[in-house]
Design a protein around this ligand. Structure first.
Ligand code: SER
Length: 313
């Protein structure tokens, strides 16, 4: 039986991931954790506990007391917030991941999943169809911490036999929780503004193409990788993607549903971050090793987002 603890559970991904995990593995088998008062969706179907990932005593007691065998460590400071406060990003991302890996190793748990990101790539990485195994050298603190996490996790697998797994998520587009301080957040904000005001000022340039994925695919990739047969895994850190688009292209797609919608561009410091990342990534390692296959392309995602959000906004 899987008993899963999720950190960062009220984040953009955590909020929906916890619900999906509870549906699959049973509400009481998925422990949501975080430092804030949780939204109601996290406490309805299962337990929520306070957890500061910098507090090793708290980590160990939760893992032991709740008989956890898998940890999904989602708590992280994202790219844009990380550039505003690199010291906090370092501490949260690096020390937090180390604490989790050490706890999983010392308690002999079955598996640990810690997400990575397209931010792990840098300006010297080939930008189109970026391979899984390629030069990385990121130039943001967020990216530096994600490369560290991948390498440390892979070290733990080789050195201690810890079953570490990681997905290099692209920008994630979600209809439930908002993203918190990333460079790809525009691709979520644009929907709220399109529905509310029929216009949006984008903080990236019109041609800033980035790899992206709709939340249902993000959840699917995460659960598929947790379930993957360890013997079939050649890699431990995987590119995953579903689509790539520019701000101009997503605006065009939204206009098909809201013809009055208008987009303008005022690129800020996040444009430089976007320019340092790939435009598209090659996820054939994920497809070959554990059968990754996304369901949503740009037009299916835009249609579904607008349907879901128009009921609430
Ligand atoms: N969505 C993240 C960010 O923009 C990328 O992993 O920071």
């Amino acid at each position: 039986m899987k008993r899963i603890l999720v950190t960062g559970s009220y984040g953009q991904i955590g909020t929906e991931l916890v619900g999906a995990l509870r549906e699959k593995y049973g509400g009481d088998n998925v422990i949501a954790t975080g430092r804030k008062k949780p939204p109601q969706v996290l406490t309805e179907e299962g337990p929520y506990y306070h957890l500061d990932i910098l507090d090793n005593t708290e980590i160990h007691s939760l893992l032991v007391n709740h008989d956890i065998n898998i940890v999904i460590h989602n708590a992280s400071v994202l790219s844009a917030v990380g550039e505003k406060n690199p010291q906090v990003a370092y501490k949260t991302n690096v020390e937090g991941a180390y604490n989790i890996l050490e706890a999983v190793r010392s308690l002999g748990l079955d598996q640990v999943m810690i997400p990575s990101s397209i931010a792990a790539f840098g300006p010297s990485t080939p930008k189109d169809n970026t391979p899984n195994d390629v030069i990385m050298r990121p130039t943001t603190m967020y990216g530096v911490t994600k490369v560290f996490i991948e390498l440390l996790g892979e070290y733990y697998t080789k050195r201690f036999g810890t079953d570490f797994r990681s997905l290099r998520y692209p920008g994630i587009i979600s209809s439930e929780a908002l993203p918190g301080g990333g460079t790809t957040d525009y691709a979520v904000e644009i929907f709220y503004e399109a529905l509310k005001h029929k216009k949006y000022t984008c903080f990236l340039a019109e041609d800033a193409e980035l790899p992206m994925m709709y939340m249902p695919d993000c959840i699917k990739s995460t659960i598929d990788l947790i379930e993957a047969d360890a013997n079939a895994l050649v890699h431990r850190s995987f590119n995953v993607t579903a689509m790539s688009f520019t701000p101009a292209e997503i605006a065009e797609e939204i206009k098909k549903h809201i013809p009055e919608f208008e987009i303008t561009y005022e690129p800020d410091f996040r444009q430089k971050i976007a320019e340092s990342w790939p435009r598209s990534i090659d996820d054939s390692a994920a497809r070959d090793e554990w059968g990754w296959n996304p369901d949503y392309d740009l037009s299916a995602m835009v249609k579904d987002m607008l349907e879901k959000l128009s009921k609430r906004v």
